[in-house]
Design a protein around this ligand. Structure first.
Ligand code: DLL
Length: 428
């Protein structure tokens, strides 16, 4: 854990006062620029009675209206964009669980901003120029592949842009090129473990795993440490903030995700009242992007649940605040027989059972008008449905039925894994 791994030491170690003052300046500029150049925000600010000239900065942030995914939907494709189309150089898109397309356009400066944030993440994980990085999120509309690529260019890494799938070829390339840094969506890390076991081989040169895009429970991180021998990092970002790595990642101290505060201002709010919650309390993360051009977000309700872990200087020397790994989404919460729970809690509980594999389905079915939950999970021989049910009951406070399957029996997906099914779950 050394600061020499830092990409931009002077920016990553700013004092709290310096960060606040920088954020204040940027926020005031942002409100003025958006009011001047962006019809969507001008209307919003006018409706909320925000007068840019009087806007003081952070102390007035609660006067700014919040932004939601729905705002992106109704302004599709480029209705929220601040710049003329000729200045757009790239775009990415996510469809989300509702199928609503969200387009994020990038200017040249936005692409650099993305590369800076992502490049910092690589260096924070310990990457040095010349290291081989294998990028396995897909290259295309999903921001994962290209974001990791832009960042790796800036961090001067040797890029192996495999994209998604074809795990045997991934393993072959990783062996032949001595890949040191492996990147992917969390469930692909799990897939890699599975295929390595099937092939009865390992990747001794791989040291660093950068995974994200899905909840990354500590149980999954432990599996990666023991099965792959890597140090896993939890990388965070989303289409609306400009893609993978824009928000931040955990450092080698692994004590929370550092948010790149010189580029983003975050608030954690009560999802129901939209009022900020005290540090340490779980709430919905809202994000304001301070340095983006095409579509900066202002108080964007991410739907992601987290809490602020610390605003103190970290052991790594960085001063940017830390949040807990994302534990779920406001719209992910399941309620069965009066008990509220998140899929990540099921995963955490399952992984505590010896012999249970990280491939599972949570199926919500209705029996006689009453919602019930069934959990399908792959296990090694010797684990019974009863053992799974008993443990889940202890940990979750209700009794889902548990069906066990042999390794490889449940279907696999490319990209983000789908774990929750309403009605029938797909079979292989
Ligand atoms: O998933 C960006 C990304 C790509 C992050 C590759 C990391 C690695 P979207 O497709 O727009 O972008 O999905 C964003 O994914 O609101 C979270 O709900 C979830 N998510 C992203 N990173 C994490 C993470 C990418 N580290 C949505 N932990 C976000 C938990 C994550 N959830």
């Amino acid at each position: 854990m050394t600061l020499s791994m830092t990409f931009a030491p002077e920016l990553e170690t700013l004092s709290l006062d310096e960060i606040r003052s920088h954020q204040n300046i940027k926020l005031r500029e942002l409100v003025q620029t958006l009011h001047r150049n962006n019809g969507f925000y001008r209307k919003r600010f006018d409706e909320a009675g925000v007068v840019p000239e009087d806007f003081r900065g952070m102390e007035d942030i609660s006067r700014l209206p919040m932004l939601s995914k729905e705002d992106f939907r109704v302004t599709y494709p480029l209705g929220m964009c601040s710049v003329p189309k000729e200045e757009i150089r790239e775009m990415h898109m996510s469809s989300g669980s509702t199928g609503t397309p969200v387009i994020m356009p990038y200017t040249q400066s936005d692409l650099l901003q993305w590369a800076i944030c992502m490049g910092r993440c690589y260096r924070m994980a310990g990457a040095v120029p010349g290291d081989v990085v294998q990028i396995t999120p897909s290259f295309g509309l999903f921001n994962g592949g290209f974001g990791m690529y832009h960042g790796a260019r800036l961090a001067e890494l040797f890029i192996v842009p495999t994209g998604a799938g074809n795990t045997e070829r991934q393993i072959r390339l990783a062996r032949d090129l001595k890949t040191k840094i492996f990147t992917g969506v969390v469930s692909y890390g799990i897939r890699l473990i599975e295929v390595l076991q099937q092939l009865d081989t390992d990747l001794p040169d791989m040291k660093i795993g950068i995974f994200g895009a899905e909840t990354f429970t500590s149980a999954m991180k432990q599996q990666m440490i023991s099965a792959l021998g890597i140090e896993p990092f939890d990388i965070y970002g989303m289409t609306e903030t400009g893609g993978v790595g824009t928000l931040g990642m955990d450092c080698q101290a692994h004590s929370g995700i550092h948010i790149w505060e010189d580029h983003y201002y975050i608030e954690v709010v009560d999802a129901a009242t939209q009022k900020p919650v005290p540090d340490g309390k779980l709430g919905e993360l809202t994000v304001t992007s301070l340095t983006r051009q095409a579509i900066p977000v202002v108080r964007f309700r991410t739907g992601d649940l987290t809490r602020i872990v610390s605003r103190e200087k970290c052991h790594c020397g960085r001063t940017h605040l830390r949040v807990e790994p994302i534990s779920g989404r406001t719209d992910d919460m399941l309620i069965v027989k009066g008990v509220n729970f998140f899929p990540s809690q099921v995963e955490q509980a399952l992984m505590e059972i010896p012999g249970v594999r990280p491939h599972y389905q949570i199926i919500i079915e209705e029996v006689n008008g009453v919602k019930d939950v069934r959990i399908n999970v792959e296990t090694d021989e010797g684990v019974t449905g009863f053992m799974v049910e008993k443990h889940l009951k202890e940990r979750l406070g209700f009794s889902p039925k548990g069906d066990v399957f042999a390794p490889g029996e449940l279907p696999r997906q490319e990209g983000k894994a789908k774990r929750v099914f309403f009605g029938n779950a797909p079979q292989k």
